[in-house]
Design a protein around this ligand. Structure first.
Ligand SMILES: Cc1cc2nc3c(=O)[nH]c(=O)nc-3n(C[C@H](O)[C@H](O)[C@H](O)COP(=O)(O)OP(=O)(O)OC[C@H]3O[C@@H](n4cnc5c(N)ncnc54)[C@H](O)[C@@H]3O)c2cc1C
Length: 476
């Protein structure tokens, strides 16, 4: 009970027995699989950081009146909203990839607001149920994954209109003790590094979508839940044990199939109140887009460090156009960070007492991220050189026939051992080209168009028109 150490977190995953597949084979040991372990280590860093920097990472929960990780605390004031951004930047800078624990907090933060609003309207009991679940998460310092993105079938059709009715997760049976659900969620970041899967709706719903308006939580190893780990561009490297790039951490994203999964009522937080599906989507995606901004600022910090170090190793550290490019990377990190901090400072208390960020600022940050992370990556590659693309393998460097020749020809400045230069190029490759990480800059938290739509919907358009009319001397 209480705050877990990193070792305790990793041991706690050993007690789970999820059904999981990778490369066509059923996995029997998740924690010691090198590919998955690199992801688990990244989430483990959130526990490690609680030991290294408790002032930032640990706070007191008013719910259980005990110290808790910030990853289990829905924000209760502006300070908590600000801490979300700082925590994500610090850990991303530590792991150089996605730490995979923010999505669970974003779900908890959403449910702490919306379940209360549903109960107010319908006299349901979602909020007290959710509070009990939250106590369990906090007391055991658990990690949750966000099961939001349905596989969606034909994107032009609503859930109830799909030819195959399982394209969005839905209720197939209601029982006295709970519900049975079927469907699949795609791109489930770190689902096997998580103790719990929290499912929220992925889109606005019509009245006819009653069976699809669902939020609930299940343990990651619950019966009927199947994790199928997705391929990503560098996924064989950890399995090969060679040319890994990031020496400690990585990211993976399974597809999660819910093959008639039972959920007891005390873990159901929305069931049929269709108009609240949109509210859950807006709250979750805004929180998550804010998490991204803090996190990706921290990742750009790593890319800046990588570019500057390679400039040192290459003898180009005084070249002025490269310094300009590094400045262009730094200002992109600070723009993301600044937008997300601003969205915290402009946050508001909600009827439940939990706090919500400014949606427009959080979405503005995510629009920048979609383009500017790609630009920061391009700049890092520009500063670093072509070996980001095609460096010979470590096995070639240790080959007795060609190793010494490679070491001779791949040396940069004289006083830097070639091994250091090779390692830094590998890191640049990982930072730039790990698809499980980089594609989330664009699609994670929703596609770029979703950010635009949210910005327009949440902006006070009338106030802006009114100000223009007044300046033009047009009476209302
Ligand atoms: C690396 C990575 C990690 C992720 N992690 C998670 C996670 O942990 N949990 C989770 O739940 N999700 C996660 N996601 C999912 C992410 O939120 C989705 O990828 C995103 O919402 C886009 O959905 P999609 O992939 O189904 O693409 P699509 O929805 O098919 O979108 C493709 C394009 O079509 C457009 N489009 C689609 N439908 C319409 C329409 N009806 N009208 C107009 N335009 C449309 C979109 O705007 C987009 O430009 C992750 C994604 C990635 C890539």
């Amino acid at each position: 009970m209480g705050i877990k150490t990193k070792d305790e977190y990793i041991e706690s995953l050993r007690s789970l027995n999820p059904t999981a597949y990778m490369f066509g084979e059923k996995l029997t040991n998740i924690v010691d699989n090198p590919r998955l372990r690199a992801g688990i280590e990244a989430t483990g860093a959130t526990y490690e950081m609680a030991e290294l920097d408790p002032d930032l990472m640990i706070t007191t929960s008013p719910l259980i009146n005990e110290p808790v990780s910030r990853f289990t605390l829905p924000p209760g004031n502006t300070e908590d909203l600000v801490a979300r951004v700082k925590v994500n930047r610090k850990i991303a800078n530590h792991v150089g990839t996605c730490h995979q624990r923010c999505t669970g907090l974003d779900c908890l933060s959403t449910l702490a607001i919306v379940t209360y609003d549903i109960d107010k309207k319908y006299g349901t009991e979602y909020y007290p149920r959710f509070m009990e679940f939250l106590k369990y998460m906090q007391k055991n310092d658990l990690t949750a994954n966000a099961g939001v993105t349905d596989v969606k079938g034909d994107r032009s059709l609503l859930p109830y209109q799909q030819v195959d009715k399982d394209m969005f997760i839905h209720v197939v049976e209601k029982r006295a003790d709970g519900i049975v659900v079927r469907g699949a969620k795609a791109h489930q970041t770190g689902s096997l590094s998580s103790h719990e899967i929290i499912v929220l709706p992925s889109r606005a719903m019509a009245k006819e979508d009653k069976d699809y308006a669902l939020a609930f939580a299940v343990p990651a190893d619950t019966k009927g839940l199947i994790h199928v780990v997705g391929r990503s561009s560098l996924d064989m490297r950890e399995l090969d044990g060679c040319d890994i790039g990031n020496a400690y951490y990585s990211k993976y994203c399974p597809t999660l199939i819910f093959d008639d999964v039972f959920v007891p009522w005390d873990r159901v937080f929305l069931c049929g109140e269709t108009e609240f599906a949109l509210d859950m989507v807006v709250k979750f995606s805004s929180f998550h887009r804010q998490s991204h901004g803090g996190c990706k600022a921290g990742k750009i910090d790593c890319m800046v460090g990588c570019a500057l170090t390679l400039m040192d190793y290459n003898g180009t550290s005084k070249v002025s156009h490269l310094k300009q490019k590094v400045i262009d990377m730094i200002h992109r990190a600070e723009t993301l960070y600044g937008c997300c901090l601003a969205s915290s400072y402009e946050g508001q208390k909600q009827p439940s007492g939990a706090y919500f960020i400014d949606t427009v600022l959080a979405n503005a940050s995510k629009i920048h991220e979609g383009k500017e992370m790609a630009e920061a990556t391009r700049l890092m590659i520009d500063c670093s050189g072509g070996f980001v693309a095609d460096l010979p393998s470590d096995r070639d460097f240790s080959n007795p026939e060609i190793g010494d020749l490679l070491k001779k020809y791949l040396k940069g400045v004289d006083n830097i051992p070639v091994e250091k230069r090779v390692k830094m190029y590998r890191l640049a490759e990982k930072l730039a080209l790990e698809s499980a990480d980089t594609i989330s800059d664009i699609h994670g938290g929703g596609s770029p168009e979703a950010h635009r739509v949210t910005i327009f919907r949440e902006t006070n358009i009338d106030d802006k028109k009114k100000a223009a009319r007044r300046l033009a001397g047009i009476a209302d």
